[in-house]
Design a protein around this ligand. Structure first.
Ligand SMILES: *[C@@H]1O[C@H](CO)[C@@H](O)[C@H](O)[C@H]1NC(C)=O
Ligand SMILES: *[C@@H]1O[C@H](CO)[C@@H](O)[C@H](O)[C@H]1NC(C)=O
Ligand SMILES: *[C@@H]1O[C@H](CO)[C@@H](O)[C@H](O)[C@H]1NC(C)=O
Ligand SMILES: *[C@@H]1O[C@H](CO)[C@@H](O)[C@H](O)[C@H]1NC(C)=O
Ligand SMILES: *[C@@H]1O[C@H](CO)[C@@H](O)[C@H](O)[C@H]1NC(C)=O
Ligand SMILES: *[C@@H]1O[C@H](CO)[C@@H](O)[C@H](O)[C@H]1NC(C)=O
Length: 234
């Protein structure tokens, strides 16, 4: 018992790794040129190949390599949404097998969409929910509203970023997902899924300005921090 406690204590108090200190540089937006897998547009359609989102350089290295999946949420009513708020968010599946890691994305005309149709534009796009405490990446349908209090599913569109080493000024490899020049995400373990829903790590973009018109719902501190890397779907 004593020896086990000592062992657990040792493991528990091991110094955590820090997410690397990087300078965040926005990549070109408005087209798909900066996204991985950009396809040369001989046919005038601007798009990328299929993409996936993966946890990268986390301060808990065990979760690096987990892929994004879709999770449906139903939040109860609040000040901004009296009837409640139903949405689908992107969270990270604990299962990395290709049998499960199947959710894919695609850039069309500079916008990152869920990818299951040929032209993508009738699919939801991805945005970061406008709330400092949530910052969830949610599937949004901009055609449904203008992103004000009554239509919170329209957030900040996700954008591609590059990281630069602040000491050497060298551009680091990889394209990272973010918004408003922020690319550090906080991850939280969600174990309250109903039957059949996999346990996931929720992802919240850190450092967003607080929108006074939208209730804060998820006020907990993240379990760990990291980046979300955009990779091509093999
Ligand atoms: C959200 O979903 C629940 C359960 O499916 C439903 O009862 C509720 O009316 C929905 N709310 C909105 C705003 O669509
Ligand atoms: C995309 O495809 C859908 C049908 O899947 C169609 O209704 C829509 O008009 C298309 N959009 C463009 C821009 O081609
Ligand atoms: C956007 O939302 C505001 C407040 O809900 C509303 O007054 C305005 O008409 C909306 N604009 C559009 C273009 O839908
Ligand atoms: C991170 O880099 C910035 C900019 O180069 C620097 O100001 C800051 O002190 C660094 N922070 C840490 C924790 O190294
Ligand atoms: C990095 O680049 C910035 C601006 O481009 C410059 O001010 C700075 O001196 C550079 N630092 C190094 C170590 O090269
Ligand atoms: C993001 O950074 C770029 C320069 O790197 C700057 O031009 C732009 O205004 C910044 N955007 C925001 C929302 O801070």
């Amino acid at each position: 018992m004593t020896r086990l406690s000592a062992l657990v204590g040792t493991l528990f108090f091991t110094a955590a790794l820090a997410v690397p200190n990087v300078t965040v540089v926005p990549l070109q937006t408005g087209d798909c040129f900066s996204w991985p897998g950009h396809l040369p547009s001989g046919d005038r359609i601007d798009m990328s190949s299929y993409l996936q989102l993966v946890i990268d350089q986390s301060d808990d290295p065990a979760v690096n390599g987990l892929f994004a999946t879709e999770v449906a949420y139903n939040w109860p009513g609040g000040r901004d949404t009296p009837d409640g708020f139903n949405f689908t968010a992107l969270a990270f599946d604990l299962r990395t097998s290709r049998l499960f890691a199947r959710v894919a994305f695609r850039c069309f005309s500079g916008v990152l969409y869920m990818a299951t149709t040929a032209n993508g534009t009738d699919m939801p796009s991805l945005s970061v929910y406008k709330d400092k405490r949530n910052g969830f990446m949610i599937e949004s349908r901009p055609e449904l509203g203008n992103g004000t209090a009554g239509t919170p599913w329209l957030g900040y569109p996700v954008e591609p970023y590059q990281h630069v080493d602040p000491v050497t000024n060298k551009t680091l490899p990889g394209v990272y997902l973010g918004a408003l020049n922020k690319t550090t995400w906080g991850f939280n373990f969600n174990d309250d899924g109903p039957c059949g829903t996999p346990f996931v790590y929720e992802a919240r973009l850190q450092g967003l300005p607080l929108d006074p018109n939208i209730d804060a719902r998820a006020t907990y501190d993240p379990w760990f921090y990291g980046f979300i890397k955009v990779v091509t779907y093999p």
